[in-house]
Structure formats: C-alpha cells, structure tokens
Write a protein that binds this ligand. Structure first.
Ligand code: KG4
Ligand code: ZN
Length: 331
C-alpha cells in the first residue's frame, strides 16, 4: 500500500511516499530555516509563506522520485498538529484537496507520534507497550505507548523544551540558530565537569524543567565575560559540554525511571534532539548495562520529515482510522 505523507507543522515543507509503512520511496524536504536564522528562531509568517509557495513543488518531486503519479497512491496522510496553525493548515488544505479530488482516504497524523514512529520504521519493530521519548524544539515528553494511536503521557516539561534550551544557550554564547547541532559539536571539545550546572526532575516526578539551567548558563556567561575574552573557544566548549551533560542526564534518569516503573524492556526515541551524539552514547551505555532494547531514528529522520507521517499514516489506516474532510489544525 502506497501512502503520500505531507508535513508542514513548522519550518520544513515535506512530502514523502512510503510503501507498507516501512519502505521509503521518496523523502523530499524544503526548509525555510535560512530565512529564520537572523531572527534567532522560527517566524510563523515566514514559515507559512514558504509552505504555500513550495508545497506543490515538494509533493510533485516526491511523487516523481518515487516514480509515481498522484493517482497511484492509496491514501494521503497529513500532520494535523501540534505545530504552527498557519503552517499546519497549508499541508492540511493540500491533503484535503488531493483526497477530495481523487477520492482517496485522508489520514490525520499527530506530529509527536510520527517522531516516535520514525525510530521504528523497520521490519523488527518493538512490541507494545514500550516507552517513547520525544525530544525536540517544542517538546520533551515521555509516553507509555500502548499502540499506534494510544500514547499515555508519563512526563512532560513544565517550561522550556530541551531543544529550546539548546537554542537559547547557543544564543547566549553567540553560536547562531539552531543551537543543537553546534553545541553537540562544540561540547566534544569541552570538559563536561568544568562547570557545575544543575538540572533535576520536577519534585521526583517524570516531569522536566530546563528554564533554570538556561538562566544559570546566562548568569555564568555574564559573570565570566573576562574569561570568555581570554579563553574564547575553550570557554564556550566547556559551557556547552557542562550544560549538555547536566541537561541530558536528567532525561536519561527520568527515562530509566519510566522503564523501571512500568517494567518495560523497549525504549524508542524521536525528535530533533535524538540526533545528539552524546545522548545516543549515554543511552547506549544504559541499554547495555540494564539490558533493554533501544531504538533511535536514522539521522535523516530525526528532524521534521514526511516519511514518518506516511509511515504512521499507514499503521493508523490499517487499524481502521481515517479522517473526515472537516479536520483542522490541532495546535
Ligand atoms: O524535531 P525538530 O526538528 O523540530 C520540532 O518539531 O521541534 O527539532 C528541532 C530541535 C532544535 O531545537 C535543534 O536545536 C535540535 O532539535 N537539535 C539538536 C541536534 N540537532 C537538532 N539538539 C541537540 N543535538 C543535536 N545534534
Ligand atoms: Zn518535529
């Protein structure tokens, strides 16, 4: 079965054709990232205009790459949230038009669940239930995943998301946007024990808080401007490594608590921050030590893409879930 997936929740205009939920025939992404850089974050108006101007070209090239005509696909899956309202509506309107005009089923896909699915788009997917972790620019959430549509929330951030914290720390250090990839690289050159930043789970729950550590980094950098002048690169590398170690440690700890609490042996990670090399290293060590199965997405599926939407769309369709033509954005 061939599913056309469409993803426009944030700054990536993406379309993909996936066969039977696992085989990616095409995965086309047009990002508006470069237009947001000078603002230090995604500007919804710019993102939406980019979607409107590019969505038809992106869909056409995804079909061309897959060697198909639009009539050949069996259904259309589209992200209906969470995300930027105007951005989501562009993809949703386009998916509805294709569905209506060609009389193909429409499937609405939750963006966060699709991120989790990106790690298990494989033949040997873990059995339900498993623990799922979303670490992205907008979310830091732990779920007990009972099936492809039932995700029970176990822990959430009470303030900033982890990706947002990376982006803000990068901004404080003048490292540009997005901050995650550059902090990931710079942290490798720094000493993770150089500065003692603390980041704890909220009151012993599975919830997260990252605004405190972000503020601590800001105060530290402001009060060490002389050191920043002298040491430059080394100073920034130490701040990155120390911030990253403390922020990721709490995610690892809460994840381990979730696995223990629900006696689960499979752990699935998704979202932009799942590309982080230090996080992968920390989790792999835990998986060996505690003997559980660990699933990360391939690097090309960590950030926003439509293959994960088409893939999860297939699973939902197979379990009888379809959308009506009156769906709207669920921000
Ligand atoms: O999932 P995503 O592409 O978009 C959302 O749905 O939010 O995630 C984007 C986030 C940004 O905050 C970016 O800084 C972060 O993912 N990110 C990383 C890395 N690559 C991207 N964070 C840490 N390490 C990375 N290697
Ligand atoms: Zn995302």
């Amino acid at each position: 079965m061939l599913i056309l997936g469409i993803e426009t929740s944030c700054d990536e205009t993406a379309a993909s054709v996936v066969k039977d939920g696992v085989k990616i025939l095409s995965n086309v992404i047009s990002s508006s990232l470069e237009y947001h850089k000078k603002f230090g974050g995604v500007v919804p108006e710019i993102a939406t205009r980019h979607h409107v101007e590019n969505i038809d070209k992106v869909i056409n090239s995804s079909l061309r790459e897959a060697g198909l005509n639009v009539e050949d696909v069996d259904a259309v899956a589209v992200t209906d949230g969470p995300g930027l309202v105007g951005a989501l509506l562009t993809g949703i309107s386009c998916a509805k038009a294709i569905s209506y005009s060609l009389n193909k089923p429409l499937i609405a896909v939750n963006h966060l669940k699709a991120h989790i699915y990106s790690a298990i788009m494989v033949k040997n997917a873990p059995k339900f239930p498993f623990v799922g972790l979303i670490i992205s620019g907008g979310h830091t959430r732990l779920y007990l995943v009972e099936d492809f549509s039932n995700f029970k929330l176990l822990g959430d951030t009470v303030d900033d998301a982890i990706g947002e914290a990376y982006d803000k720390v990068a901004k404080i250090l003048g490292l540009g946007y997005p901050g995650g990839p550059v902090i990931d690289r710079l942290a490798k050159k720094g000493n993770p024990s150089a500065i003692r930043f603390t980041c704890k789970a909220v009151n012993g729950t599975l919830d997260f808080s990252f605004s405190g550590i972000k503020t601590a980094v800001l105060y530290y950098v402001n009060s060490h401007s002389a050191e920043l002048e002298v040491k430059g690169f080394k100073f920034k590398a130490d701040v990155c490594a120390s911030f990253q170690e403390a922020a990721l440690r709490v995610i690892v700890e809460n994840s381990m608590k979730a696995l223990e609490k629900y006696k689960i042996r499979s752990f699935v990670v998704g979202g932009g921050v799942s590309a982080n090399s230090r996080f992968r290293e920390m989790m792999k060590r835990e998986a060996v030590y505690r003997n559980f199965k660990l699933y990360f997405p391939p690097l090309n599926l960590c950030s926003d893409n439509a293959a994960m939407v088409a893939g999860l769309g297939y699973r939902l369709f197979k379990s009888g879930i379809k959308a009506a033509l009156d769906i709207t954005a669920r921000v």
